[in-house]
Design a protein around this ligand. Sequence first.
Ligand code: AMP
Ligand code: MG
Length: 418
Amino acid sequence: MTDFLPVDQVSREIAQGIQAVNEHESLALTTALGRIVAFDVLSPIDVPGHPNSAMDGYAFHSDALATGANLTVIGTALAGQPFDEATHTIATGQCIRIMTGAVLPAGVNTVAPQEHCIVDGTTVTLQPQRFPLSAGQNTRKRGEDLEQGQAAVHAGRALTASDIGLLASLGLEQVQVKRRVRVAIFSTGDELVAPGKPLGPGQIYDSNRFTLTALLTRLQVEVIDLGLVRDQPELLEQALQTAMQQHRVDAIITSGGVSVGEADFTRTVLAKLGQVNFWQIAMRPGRPLAFGHLNAPGRERPLLFFGLPGNPVAVMMTFYFFARAALLQLQGAQHTVVPQFSAKSAQAMRKKPGRTEFQRAVLSRNGAGEYQVALTGQQGSGVLSSMSRANCLVVLHHEQTDVNAGDAVSVVPFEGLL
Ligand code: AMP
Ligand code: MG
């Protein structure tokens, strides 16, 4: 009797012993989205570089708050056009007109928003009863966002749009990122035909290579597509050797040939090349998975090997929940968790405890403004159309039992993943 391993245990076993690549490269910010930061980036400057106004209004010294409500306007400060401090000083009771982002000159420390002031010629009347103001209000301090020398972005971060904007705001044009990871993929199966060719009797189109290429591209991985490999041990070994020696990849991902009926010759071939485990996982879809390390002669580090199941939806599930995190870790990423949140199930679902189930679903907001999920129909592990229609997965956890309509369930949105 086979032991079915819980999903979490498989994740932990895979995570053990994966070491990030060391090599890094310098990239222009415009091409760095999604890449993994190689070293902490320390801010070369204070941000903001000078104290400035957070509002359009009138800047003055807070001493005036105690003495009187009227101020005399003696000048202007615009963003990029500071007040001329060299020739003018601002005394208590005086103010300048100031715009958001403009430098606060010496002698002023507080800004009254223009909509709180009554302006008559060069006289500005504050209205402290209606709009109380305290010293320092509506101003930004030098370095309040980041101080010089402080880490702006940490090593291991997958660069987001905000990180890239932040680095640009520091005056940086380049960022040091980990090199791309190279992954070879191929599909195995005598029944497979490449799209674009006619189908013979009993044949089906190979979709897994295309799904995997898309998934890997999203992860910033360089994909080497080795095509279709027939179910023969010599051909399988040849494809693996080509990937290891000719393409010098960091990982190989195959699909098909790991289910109980087919695993024997795959196992024999892989046993010659490294240490690969063949697991039966307590999950649906996606039960069989081979994972391990292959040793290529003359290479200092072993390659990762993922033998994903053949069924197209099982490929996606095992990729998401096992290969994705491993490849991120290999690229040096700090955070690899798949985000999950809770939503209301629109329907009842049968669930046996003792395995993790993934259901394809559509997440939307119901009339009450709550997030709810509804399944997309046939959930067979070969049915790609219900996957294609889905925008999320419902995760029914290992110990979970039947779900009633209206119960909260865990949801993994595809946005950002697929
Ligand atoms: P296997 O794990 O090789 O027994 O494959 C399981 C099921 O997935 C079989 O019905 C295969 O025909 C199907 N399958 C395997 N590889 C692919 C592929 N690349 N594209 C589409 N279906 C596949
Ligand atoms: Mg097969």
